[in-house]
Design a protein around this ligand. Structure first.
Ligand code: WTA
Length: 648
């Protein structure tokens, strides 16, 4: 970490907002003053300005029982009404909500009036299937408009969605369905990826094959037209929607009504169901979407490239932009198919003004070279955003120069599944930006950098990132596990939230993120747990023991590298190379392709302390080809020499 700190300390480039941008900026500098003067009043004002409340709230925050917060508790609203109906009623029904671009090049533009009608139909279908407020609905869909429609239909009924990323396996799907006791699954026959149809429905069938799940029906969107097996519980989405009325009056629900559960990796093997509720979540996602992305809803075309299976897709594809009445691009597919200029073609086609993506994508484009984006007209772009992992200054500069024509502000946004919405970011038109720094807490958010004992850390030293006051979009808990919620985030610093990230403050008070300090890896901006992959590896009959580390990777940020000891009884079974292929495939089928290790090293020993704890730090040195660090606390100091020999 110290190498990185030294490197970042020398970063001295600064970009002041241009006078033209500053003059038209949506965010005003007074936001900081207002929030500093009265933080709770600031958030109450945002909630009233940005949202429609059926019952106005009188109470802003209740923090009398930390870490369990309530925001706007006695108010009531309907989240879907806020994202849809009210824009139509305000005369903006003809505005495009979604410019959907399918992977094979098919496309569809959907106005707010059309989207509202579709969501009403879908809500009526869900009612017919017995979905009520509080019920959980699992959504396992590709990036098609139906994903957005399904989420909003569930929200409209006060029910709770659990979106599961389409790349997760049947087993991951099943454990999430079980954990939340979902009553219904909404899926598709498949989606398109890299020029090919890739099936989704078989994973749902496999997940439900044992027949003892809580799921009563599966609604199936027809996307690829591929063959599907049909079970009694299955219903076609298009048949059901065609038969449903497009009138549905949204009922208000309390501000603290659960909105969704989203599973994310933690430091143990079992993914956590992060719970978000309605009023506070929608307030902060709408506020940040508007001010961080300088939103001009009448003229902007916004594009967030995240999948709806991740938190970024929830807050900055669905809830933030739609609450603000924005026009956006929804994209199915990958950046490089059918050609490496596909994204830039989409930007040219829709005259995208605002692009929000991840550093891993930017680094991939850097490798391909600037000649590819330069073949397209990107002059519509006026703002660029980054999220998901630390962005190195070189990638930040390339993004600004090559994609942003040396003009556009770049905002690096730090936040998490748990925080629900952006917490740290420059505000365009106000902040003087620094390549590589996420910069400052947004107005109304309190961030500190502390050492292990809770003392403030300054002077460029690395410490732990902490949120010191509750915030509107904060997670309300881990589904079904209040103890784990307390232990994971709150036990360390009392009533302050421990994020799990390292950070430092520079002499201006700007925040530089330094990566995770726990056993969570970040691969292409996706969170993976070392423990989860280890437990998948040891579940295989060949494996005796396994240790997983996140090794630095030029493109993906980190890569999964595993060290595996084969059971003595299995040693003859296969050559080492085969074993590694078998185990990589095993992890992909158990968890999902995103978790497949880049490399698996077969070793005879793992480095352990005298108390038996695996020293991952040393394995990371091996995986990154570095000289091995201090081994004096190992039970057997010769182990690392043996391992290095075996890895070479
Ligand atoms: C990392 C994604 C540095 C961080 C929104 C965090 C970042 C984890 C940034 C959350 C950033 C996210 N700079 N690191 N701008 N944004 N991270 O839950 O380690 O998928 O804890 O949420 O990603 O990942 P998650």
């Amino acid at each position: 970490m110290s190498v990185q700190i030294d490197h970042l300390l020398t970063e001295s480039r600064r970009f002041a907002p241009s006078p033209e941008f500053a003059a038209q900026a949506t965010a005003r500098p007074e936001l900081y003053e207002d929030a500093a003067a009265d933080r709770l009043k600031f958030w109450a004002d945002q909630a009233r300005d940005l949202l429609h409340w059926d019952t106005p709230f009188t109470k802003t925050l209740d923090w009398t029982n930390p870490p369990f917060a309530t925001w706007f508790e006695d108010g009531a609203l309907n989240v879907a009404y806020n994202c849809l109906d009210r824009h139509v009623l305000a005369g903006n029904g003809d505005r495009v909500a979604l410019h959907w671009e399918g992977e094979p090049g098919d496309s569809r533009s959907i106005t707010y009036a059309e989207l509202t009608a579709e969501v009403k139909r879908a809500a009526n279908v869900l009612i017919k299937l017995g979905v009520k407020a509080g019920d959980r609905v699992a959504i396992y869909l590709p990036m098609i408009p139906e994903a957005v429609i399904a989420m909003l239909a569930v929200a409209r009924l006060g029910a709770v969605h659990s979106v599961i990323f389409g790349g997760f396996s049947a087993e991951s799907l099943r454990s999430r369905i079980d954990d939340a006791n979902a009553a219904l699954v909404i899926t598709a026959d498949g989606g398109f990826r890299k020029g090919k149809a890739s099936a989704l429905k078989p994973a749902v069938d496999a997940a439900l094959a044992s027949g003892d799940s809580s799921v009563t029906n599966v609604l199936v969107v027809k996307r690829t037209g591929g063959d599907v097996e049909w079970n009694e519980r299955d219903l076609w989405w298009h048949d059901e929607l065609a038969a449903a009325p497009d009138e549905h009056v949204a009922q208000p629900f309390p501000a603290e009504n659960p909105l969704f559960i989203l599973y994310t990796s933690g430091t143990t093997g079992k993914p956590k169901g992060i719970l978000h509720t309605s009023g506070g979540y929608l307030t902060q996602s709408a506020f940040t979407h508007k001010s961080v992305f300088d939103l001009k809803p009448e003229t902007d075309v916004y594009w967030c490239t995240a999948d709806v299976g991740w938190i970024t897709g929830h807050s900055y594809v669905v809830y933030g932009p739609l609450a603000n009445g924005a026009t956006q691009v929804l994209f199915e597919g990958t950046p490089d198919s059918p050609h490496p200029g596909r994204w830039w073609e989409v930007i040219e086609k829709y005259k995208v003004t605002t692009l929000y993506t991840a550093p891993t994508a930017i680094r991939t484009f850097m490798k391909l070279g600037r000649q590819i984006p330069q073949e397209f007209d990107l002059s519509s772009l006026r703002l660029l955003g980054s999220v998901g992992e630390p962005i190195n200054p070189e990638a930040w500069m390339w993004y600004r120069e090559v994609i942003g024509n040396n003009l556009t502000p770049v905002v690096d946004t730090w936040w998490q599944t748990e925080t629900g919405a952006i917490m740290v970011s420059a505000l365009p038109g106000i902040t003087v930006t620094k390549p590589g720094s996420a910069q400052v807490a947004i107005p109304g958010i309190s961030i500190e950098v502390l050492d292990d004992d809770g003392n403030a850390v300054g002077g460029g030293e690395g410490g732990l990132l902490v949120v010191s006051e509750p915030w509107p979009a904060m997670l309300r808990g881990i589904w079904g596990d209040p103890e784990r919620f307390k232990e994971t985030y709150w036990d360390k610093f009392g009533d302050k939230y421990f994020a799990g990230d390292g950070a430092r403050l520079d002499e201006d008070g700007d925040i530089w993120l330094l990566g995770r300090v726990d056993d969570v890896m970040n691969v292409s901006g996706h969170r993976l747990s070392t423990a989860e992959i280890e437990s998948s590896l040891v579940a295989h009959p060949l494996t005796a023991e396994a240790a997983v580390v996140g090794a630095a990777d030029e493109t993906t940020g980190q890569a999964v590298v595993a060290f595996v000891i084969i059971k003595a009884s299995q040693e003859d079974t296969a050559s080492h190379e085969d074993v590694s292929a078998v185990l990589r495939a095993h992890v992909a089928s158990q968890i999902g392709a995103i978790a497949r290790p880049r490399q698996i090293f077969i070793v005879n020993e793992l480095p352990k302390t005298r108390s038996g704890k695996i020293m991952r730090r040393l394995l990371r040195d091996v995986a990154e080809g570095r000289e091995i660090g201090d081994t004096t606390t190992l039970a057997d100091t010769s182990v690392m020499q043996i391992i290095s020999g075996q890895v070479k």
